[in-house]
Design a binder for this molecule. Structure first.
Ligand code: NDP
Length: 246
């Protein structure tokens, strides 16, 4: 479904980003994979990707750093010639009740989860606009749609990412670039492995499908939104949450 395309994926060494990279590679895409701290995992994922017969390169970059993301996009174009797909997946949590939250907890999450996506969309977007085709997929969260106790920073960033998605979709549509968001519910990764058992029990009780989602659930949608099949979909937010937020 993605043959002859190249995808630039942030936070691709592990978790959901790794799953998206592997699924896109299975569908024929070459992968430019961005990591921040997980170099060993990035090396491993790169090998898994090249084993699938596609070209894969890894890049160390903090998406919150404006100048570094500019250089990253230039490096990817140098190595691959071009790219058609951007997946803004990199994200962190620093959960605390608002009253207890430190300024740094708020700033760090906004800078990575929201400003990071702006940085990437700005630099990668100008390449896609020149090409007059492209796909941008932003990994938001249902926390950005319904709020969540202990996540005012994360919910604000993910809600902001939905606004960024819709504005980007309107600005880029006439140049053939679509921009959509996926809002996962609770997916089994390192991020949710950190949740306390009583919180997990509460989440499952409120999830009609009564289970956490899998990385594949998100990766499949990401491949679809990045493919030619989704050419008439833009500015959408697709919830993948087992019915948690109906
Ligand atoms: P993980 O904690 O497993 O992975 C986070 C990824 O983000 C890592 O690859 C990490 O890279 C990367 N990252 C973090 N900060 C930066 C940065 N400043 N610059 C570049 N990369 C960075 O999380 P998940 O896989 O669970 O989450 C992936 C995305 O999905 C996130 O945006 C998250 O908010 C979202 N999401 C996840 C849900 C879940 O239930 N798991 C639910 C809803 C949304 P490295 O390891 O190299 O530092």
């Amino acid at each position: 479904m993605l043959k002859n395309k190249t995808a630039l994926i942030t936070g691709g060494a592990r978790g959901i980003g790794r799953g998206i990279a592997l699924k896109m590679a299975e569908n024929g895409a070459n992968i430019a994979l961005v990591y921040r701290g997980s170099q060993e995992q990035a090396n491993k994922t790169q090998l898994e990707l090249t084993d699938l017969g596609v070209k894969a390169e890894i890049y160390q970059c903090d998406v919150a750093d404006f100048d570094a993301t500019k250089k990253l996009v230039q490096d990817v174009i140098k190595d691959f010639g071009t790219f058609e797909i951007l997946v803004n997946n990199a994200g962190i949590t620093r959960d605390k009740l608002l009253i207890a939250m430190k300024e740094d907890d708020f700033d760090a999450v906004i800078n990575t989860n929201l400003k990071g996506a702006f940085n990437m969309t700005k630099h990668a977007g100008s390449h896609l606009l020149k090409k007059r085709c492209g796909r941008i997929v932003n990994i938001s969260s249902i926390s950005g749609m319904m709020g969540n106790i202990g996540q005012c920073n994360y919910s604000a960033a993910k809600a902001g990412l939905i606004g960024l998605t819709k504005s980007s979709a309107k600005e880029m549509a006439l140049r053939g670039v679509t921009c959509n968001a996926i809002a996962p519910g609770f997916i089994k990764t390192d991020m949710t492995d950190a949740l306390k058992p009583e919180i997990i029990e509460k989440i499952l009780k409120n999830t009609p499908l009564n289970r956490f989602g899998s990385i594949e659930d998100i990766a499949n949608m990401c491949v679809y939104l990045s493919s030619d099949l989704a050419g008439y979909i833009t500015g959408e937010v697709i919830k993948i949450d087992g019915g948690l937020y109906i």
